[in-house]
Structure formats: C-alpha cells, structure tokens
Design a binder for this molecule. Structure first.
Ligand code: HT9
Ligand code: FE2
Length: 347
C-alpha cells in the first residue's frame, strides 16, 4: 500500500454538460451567466448540443475516466475513494463535497479535467471550488497543471504517431485548442505570463519532435464573445483554407486543449472543421484525445501520490517532459486573474 497521508479522497472536477434536450438551455445559462456572450452565439451553441440530441459527451467521458482511475488505484495499492463533481451541471461540486464530508473526508485531492492555465481552465475552477467548500470542514488540494506531464504528452504522441502512420506523406500536423480572449491569455499563469499559449506551444513542440515531424501549427476553435473583443487566432477553419492555398493536401488535427472528446471536439472539429476540409478537398484525420489511455489514468495516481508526499514535507519527483518546469502546486494570488471577477479562489 502507498502512503497517501494526509489525503483521504480524490475529487474529479469537471465542467459538466447536459444529457437531455431540456437541459441544454439551463446549462448554457449556468455557463454564461454574467459573461456578456451575445444571444446569437448562445443559440448557435445550443444547436450544437441539440444536434447531438441534447447530450454532451463530457459526462460519459468523465464516468469512464472515473471508473478507470478507480480500477488503476485498486490495482496499484492506492486506497483512496474517487468522487466526481462539476462546475456547471449535475453532479454539482457542492453536492459532491457535502457527500464527501458526510462520508468523513477532510483532505481532498482535486484533479481538474483541464490541463492548462487560464481563467477558464484554472482560476474559475478554483473560484468554484472555494465557493462550493464554504462552510464545510475540508481542505482542497488542486493538483498541478499537467500539460507537460508524460502521462498527458505520451498518449497524444502515441495517437499522433498512429494517425500519421495511416496518413499520406506530407500530412500537416495541426494542433488545436480552445480560443480564449487575448487578455485572458496574457493573464494566464500571472500578469504578462501568457502561460496558456506557451504551455500549448510546448505540448505541440514536444509531440511534433517525438514523431519526427518538426513542421506544425497551433490554431484555435470555439471562439465566443462579442466580435470586437480579440481572441486567439487563427481559427482552425481559416487555417485549413490557408494551408490548402499553400498546396497542403492532407492534415492531421490534434485537439490538445481537451482531455477527451468534448462537444468542441465532436462539433467544432469533427463536424465543422472536417466539413471545411472536405470542401477544400483536404484529406482530414482527427487524432484521438488522452481520454482513458492507461498512461493518462496512471498520471492521476502519480499526481496524487506526488501531492501527498509534498504535503508530508517530502520533496517528491515531479515527472515532466520538455523545457518548462513542473507547474506549481499552489497558484499565486494573481494567477489567471480576470478583471471582471471579484470572487475568492482556492490557492
Ligand atoms: C479554455 C476553455 C476550456 C478548456 C478548459 C476546461 O476544460 O475547462 C473550456 C472548456 C469547455 N467549455 C465548454 C462549454 C462552453 N464554454 C463556453 C464558453 C467559454 N469557454 C471558454 C474557454 C474554455 N472553455 C471561454 C473563454 C468562454 C466564454 C465565456 C467565458 O468567458 O466563460 C460556453 C458558452 C457558449 C460559448 O460562449 O461558446 C459553453 C457551452 C465545455 C463543455 C463541453 C461539452 O459539453 O462537452 C468545456 C469542457
Ligand atoms: Fe468553454
């Protein structure tokens, strides 16, 4: 048995998504409250969900991930229960934390299904965790960002290698992540740190290097917000047009911004970008996400044991690949700040 003290449970923390058509609008209201998202954009995103019968893929992906983590912990002698809670849909973080407290848990490792820094992927989760734990006798330990952990990079590398093996010579590697406002990118990891973009560039570079495919691009999907606010570009569809005009005839699209096939992947890439590629006559392959890859699931165990050791005052090995350091266990007060939010965040 591994020493997991002082931790006594694991919480899988995710975004949440609707599972029925009548849940789509209330879900979108939860996500966008106070965010100034134009009505037309909400109608459009609602249609993406309705196109899949109102069922987001994210909850089933999290159920599978949770089952995988539980099996991996049991096989490897880590005796910690795993719970699941979301920011924006049932099961909500608050209900899950109340259950965890009722079950006697006090020192909880939080694994967030977002690998990178940004207000959306880091601080907003910490704000919601802080709020969900108010008045409860618990300590929450958000596990570090894992974009450069081998358990994240290696499954992506394996999937890219498999895709390239089956694709024509000269296939262009196009890494894709969620666009965010330029100001959110700048504030990610701290004022002026641009961590979101730097972290993604590092992952794209590591994977490209590993498959011996130096030429690659990092592009963005799922832009939202009012048109006058600048978000990260280029958009994946615009980029495919540009590549096609340059004479590229085959692309492998790699969604590194998502740990599993979220709505952005099954709609913005598999539906929309693949249609753009078809119109352009581009051969298109969409590379798989880490999802329930063995190495990805084992990474969760590694991060939990690493944090437990750090909490005991030890100096654990912190697995990483590449040139960036292991991300810090604790975020600084100004990490991933959003000028529009005055909420308190978990450190
Ligand atoms: C960086 C980032 C991640 C990755 C980190 C992470 O994984 O958390 C992410 C994940 C997700 N985003 C998701 C869904 C949505 N995001 C929205 C809106 C927004 N996302 C933003 C950024 C991100 N989002 C931003 C800056 C906005 C604008 C509003 C705001 O400033 O907050 C909207 C509103 C409509 C719209 O504006 O498009 C929806 C419905 C789902 C669920 C998918 C499913 O159902 O499978 C997931 C996993
Ligand atoms: Fe989003």
């Amino acid at each position: 048995m591994h020493d997991t003290a002082p931790l006594d449970a694991i919480l899988l923390v995710s975004f949440g998504g609707p599972e029925h058509a009548d849940e789509v609008v209330p879900f979108l209201e939860n996500v966008t409250r106070g965010k100034g998202i134009p009505k037309e954009r909400l109608v459009e995103v609602g249609e993406h969900y309705f196109g899949f019968g109102g069922r987001s893929p994210i909850n089933d992906a999290n159920r599978a991930l949770m089952a995988g983590i539980q099996a991996d912990l049991a096989e490897n002698g880590v005796d910690l229960p795993v719970y699941w809670g979301n920011r924006n849909w049932d099961p909500y973080l608050r209900e899950t934390l109340e259950q965890m407290v009722a079950d006697g848990h006090r020192e909880i490792a939080c694994f967030v299904t977002s690998a990178y820094s940004s207000y959306s992927g880091c601080r907003q989760y910490r704000e919601d965790l802080f709020e969900a734990s108010e008045g409860l006798d618990v300590r929450l330990h958000r596990l570090r960002h894992y974009f450069n952990h081998p358990g994240f990079v290696e499954p992506v590398t394996d999937a890219v290698r498999a895709a390239l093996d089956a694709a024509p010579d000269g296939t262009r590697l196009v890494f894709v992540t969620h666009s965010i406002p330029d100001t959110m990118n700048e504030a990610s990891g701290g004022p002026g740190a641009f961590a979101y973009e730097r972290q993604h560039r590092e992952v794209a570079r590591l994977v490209s290097d590993a498959v011996g495919h130096a030429e690659h691009d990092l592009v963005y999907c799922s832009r939202s917000g009012p048109p006058q606010v600048p978000w990260l570009e280029p958009d994946v569809n615009d980029h495919l047009e540009k590549l096609s005009a340059q004479g590229v005839t085959s692309v492998a699209v790699v969604p590194i911004g998502f740990i599993s096939d979220h709505m952005e992947v099954v709609y913005d890439l598999d539906t929309e970008a693949s249609a753009t590629a078809a119109e352009l006559g581009l051969t298109y392959v969409r590379v798989g996400t880490p999802d329930t890859a063995d190495a990805f699931i084992a990474m969760v165990r590694d991060l939990v044991l690493e944090r437990a050791a750090a909490l005991r005052g030890e100096d654990p090995d912190r697995a990483t690949l590449g040139d960036m350091p292991p991300w810090a266990d604790h975020c600084a007060a100004d990490c991933c700040l959003n000028a529009r939010s005055t909420r308190t965040a978990l450190a």
